[in-house]
Design a protein around this ligand. Structure first.
Ligand SMILES: [Fe+2]
Length: 289
């Protein structure tokens, strides 16, 4: 039985999988109350280790785990939970970065994650630094398998990861896989021929609120899980007030609707792609021409 969809949320979101809880945050016999696509959601880790979820009186028929998170689909799943090919390399170390509630649309959080321009200001001293704040040209286009992909991004970073405190130019590749799922690949500070994977998995709670979950996967170089989590939370803690102060809280898909739109190619591609997909939840759709 599927969950009633009185708000007629678009199938591209309703019939897809979304992260709803970090496995490590669940306690035996305790309920975790959250929400998904405007519906209440309760996740319970039973004493026997099984995970249940319900939305009001309705048990969720589609529930699974991947990358250290519980994933749910409220409708009829038409595809699998998102999969990052690099995370399957056998020697990689997976780390979850925890979950943070944000009072803004998850689409805003994806756009902010894609924005190279904010690194030198919002994450000054960590992911960027003045005067190295100009963004060199990069390429954005469709991603094979759906979504968008930005390549050739080069960013000067004073402290690119918990494993590295010396600054240099870092190669970035961004991929948006689903409307609320975005991943960044950046050159590993120890072995620069391999890429660290940092995925931001947004749980659309309401149109104007989300939970930002993060998942990382690193080549095997002295990864300290605790310091990685701490670093991730520090960085996202710098983003959260910026996101929560943006108005409107939903993401306008009409590029002209927002004068403050940065001269940012990724952002423009992202908004256009969301429009083409017909994403409305968390967005202010483009006015008909
Ligand atoms: Fe940021």
């Amino acid at each position: 039985m599927s969950i009633p969809n009185p708000g007629r949320i678009e199938p591209v979101l309703w019939d897809d999988w979304h992260p709803v809880a970090e496995l490590a945050a669940l306690r035996h016999g305790r309920r975790l109350d959250t929400g998904l696509l405007g519906r209440p959601l309760t996740v319970t880790l039973r004493a026997d280790g099984a995970i249940d979820a319900c939305s009001g009186p309705h048990a969720l028929p589609h529930l699974d785990t991947r990358y250290g998170f519980v994933w749910a689909c409220l409708g009829a799943p038409v595809r699998d939970i998102v999969k990052f090919a690099a995370a399957d390399e056998p020697d990689r170390i997976p780390v979850t970065g925890g979950s943070m509630a944000v009072a803004a649309s998850g689409l805003r959080a994806v756009e902010n994650f894609l924005d190279l321009g904010h690194l030198g200001y919002v994450h000054q001293g960590y992911l960027g630094e003045e005067p190295h704040t100009d963004i060199k040209p990069y390429t954005v286009g469709p991603r094979e398998g759906g979504g968008i992909r930005a390549t050739g991004c080069r960013v000067y970073q004073p402290r690119p990861s918990p494993a590295d405190t010396s600054g240099y130019e870092v190669d970035y590749i961004y991929e948006v896989h689903r409307p609320y799922i975005v991943v960044l690949y950046k050159a590993n500070p120890v072995d620069r021929t391999r890429m660290d994977l940092i995925a931001l998995l947004l749980q659309p709670v309401s149109e104007e609120s989300c939970v930002a979950h993060s998942f990382m996967s690193y080549p095997p170089h002295d990864v300290n899980e605790k310091s990685v989590r701490g670093f991730q939370q520090l960085i996202f803690g710098q983003d959260r007030p910026i996101l929560e102060n943006q108005l409107p809280k939903r993401l306008p898909l009409d590029a002209k609707a927002e004068i403050s739109v940065r001269a940012d190619s990724s952002s423009a591609h992202y908004r256009r792609w969301l429009s083409q997909l017909g994403v409305r939840f968390g967005a202010i759709p483009q006015a008909p021409a």
